[in-house]
Design a protein around this ligand. Structure first.
Ligand SMILES: Cc1cc2nc3c(=O)[nH]c(=O)nc-3n(C[C@H](O)[C@H](O)[C@H](O)COP(=O)(O)OP(=O)(O)OC[C@H]3O[C@@H](n4cnc5c(N)ncnc54)[C@H](O)[C@@H]3O)c2cc1C
Length: 453
């Protein structure tokens, strides 16, 4: 069987690796339009000694498949410093530490006392007949308006750079949707799951957050995709974009930008959904328009390096997220040099701010100087940084993170129905069933397991 994979981001690379693990004799070619592999995994080292992540910052170490993949790739996973557990939300002109343990919630000043009481009322909050609620509808119904604005809305920015009024709870956070369906309340569900874990003697207690430790590598996230690429070797063709796809005699025929054509029995598209749409337009225009309907708002990531002697200790912890009610330009800022060693030269700190996303896409597309000026205003107001940075690097993502908006689950069903007419065509990548790197790795294993190799 000959397999072609389109896209050498983590989805394409991990899928190729999983297929070869199952059957090392499989013939695979991976086409990548860019001249580098990794896609949204994009680490850059500067001559001045900064290590910047232009895209993916890390992954949570709770999924064994990703840790196995690192081991097979021969690279050592690096858990973030303990400081990464300390996360902040900027609200009403000040930074508030997010509770690390459930009981800290009662003493945290992020929510007012009535806001905290409303969260506790969650146990009695009513259900819904709406099978596909937005994150905002869900959170307001269960936890109240204040918790939505100060906790859930910034979380939607942090994970999806998304708009909580549009994102679908069941598609973005299926586990939370499931807990409500099973236990009728998130608090009741959490207590039951914790007691179950205790009775099974598990050392890991489920908490309100996603769980797991943020993890990367000493050389940044590209260490993983580069290591996978070197194992896959000449199977990868970089700077080769797939333009269109047709079918003849039960095989797929793919045309590249250099005018060459390739035939295969199984075709795995692991590029962003809007690029899959363009490739599939001639083969199935209905399928293409379903794929085109998955929104990808722009996002810019801006790294700022400061001399510590100019700014002092910036903030002890991971960084902060900013609720949309604060009306700031920045979505959030991570203090990368607090998270992993070697991110900034001696005596310097590295910050990483995000701007744009679904709520204010136009900000990500501003000319560099305006974008920097907006972010520096926020750094001055939020962190009190008055000095100028001695290093700035902007990574623009014209189309960044796919948005699982209300209706996403229905769209996936329609896509799956359309795929019935195209045996051997597989669509993957982070546009469908999970946006995180962990999700991409898990999906890669599922694809390989389902293929008759
Ligand atoms: C700024 C940012 C920060 C993020 N941070 C995190 C994080 O910290 N943790 C996390 O888990 N997830 C994070 N994510 C989500 C992340 O995108 C996914 O986890 C994952 O990297 C997506 O991988 P992918 O392979 O599915 O897609 P991509 O990384 O987008 O890879 C798709 C590849 O397809 C190629 N391609 C496109 N068109 C063609 C064509 N016509 N022919 C051939 N090749 C083509 C592209 O060049 C690209 O290399 C972040 C995303 C962004 C944008």
């Amino acid at each position: 069987m000959k397999i072609c994979i389109v896209g050498a981001g983590i989805s394409g690379l991990a899928t190729a690796k999983a297929i070869l693990d199952k059957n090392p004799e499989t013939e695979i070619i991976i086409f990548e339009s860019s001249d580098r592999v990794g896609g949204k995994v994009w680490t850059e080292k500067t001559e001045g000694g900064y290590l910047c992540e232009g895209g993916v910052n890390g992954f949570l170490d709770k999924i064994p498949q990703t840790l196995d993949l690192c081991q097979q790739a021969g690279i050592t996973a690096l858990p973030a410093e303990h400081a990464a557990k300390k996360r902040f939300v900027y609200s009403r002109g000040a930074l508030h530490k997010l509770p690390e343990k459930p009981w800290e919630f009662f003493t945290s000043d992020l929510l007012t006392v009535p806001g905290r009481l409303r969260v506790m009322y969650e146990i009695f909050a009513g259900g819904t007949n709406n099978p596909d609620e937005s994150l905002q509808e869900f959170a307001t119904r269960r936890l109240g308006r204040e918790a939505f604005e100060r906790l859930i809305d910034p979380m939607a920015s942090g994970v999806f750079a998304g708009d909580a009024e549009k994102l679908s709870l069941r598609s973005c956070f299926p586990r939370i949707h499931q807990v409500e369906a099973e236990y009728g309340s998130l608090i009741r569900g959490l207590l039951k799951l914790q007691s179950k874990a205790r009775s099974q003697g598990s050392s890991k207690q489920p908490g309100p957050g996603p769980g797991g430790t943020l993890t990367s590598f000493a050389d940044g996230m590209s260490a993983l995709t580069d290591a996978l690429a070197s194992q896959l070797g000449p199977r990868i063709r970089t700077a080769t974009a797939i333009q269109s796809i047709s079918r003849a005699a039960n095989r797929y025929l793919i045309q590249t930008n250099d005018g060459s054509e390739h035939e295969c029995d199984t075709l795995i598209l692991a590029s962003p959904a809007y690029t899959q749409a363009r490739m599939l337009e001639d083969l199935d225009s209905d399928l293409a328009s379903l794929l085109m309907g998955i929104p990808y708002p722009p996002l810019a990531v801006c790294c700022f390096g400061y001399q510590q002697r100019h700014v002092g200790k910036v903030l002890d912890g991971f960084g902060y997220l900013v609720p949309s009610t604060e009306k700031r330009a920045v979505l959030g800022t991570l203090i990368d040099s607090n998270l992993f060693p070697g991110r900034a030269p001696q005596g310097a700190v590295l910050l990483r701010s995000m701007i744009g996303g679904a709520r204010r896409p136009e900000l990500a597309l501003l000319p560099d100087q305006q974008l920097i000026s907006q972010l520096q205003t926020d750094l001055r107001d939020i962190l009190g940084l008055k000095a100028d940075p001695d290093f700035i690097r902007i990574f623009g993502h014209e189309k960044a993170i796919p948005q699982y908006v209300v209706g996403h689950a229905g769209r996936l069903t329609q896509i799956e129905e359309k795929l019935q007419a195209h045996p051997g065509l597989i669509l993957t990548g982070n546009a469908f069933k999970g946006v995180s790197l962990n999700d991409c790795v898990v999906n890669a294993g599922k694809i390989a397991a389902a293929l008759p190799l």
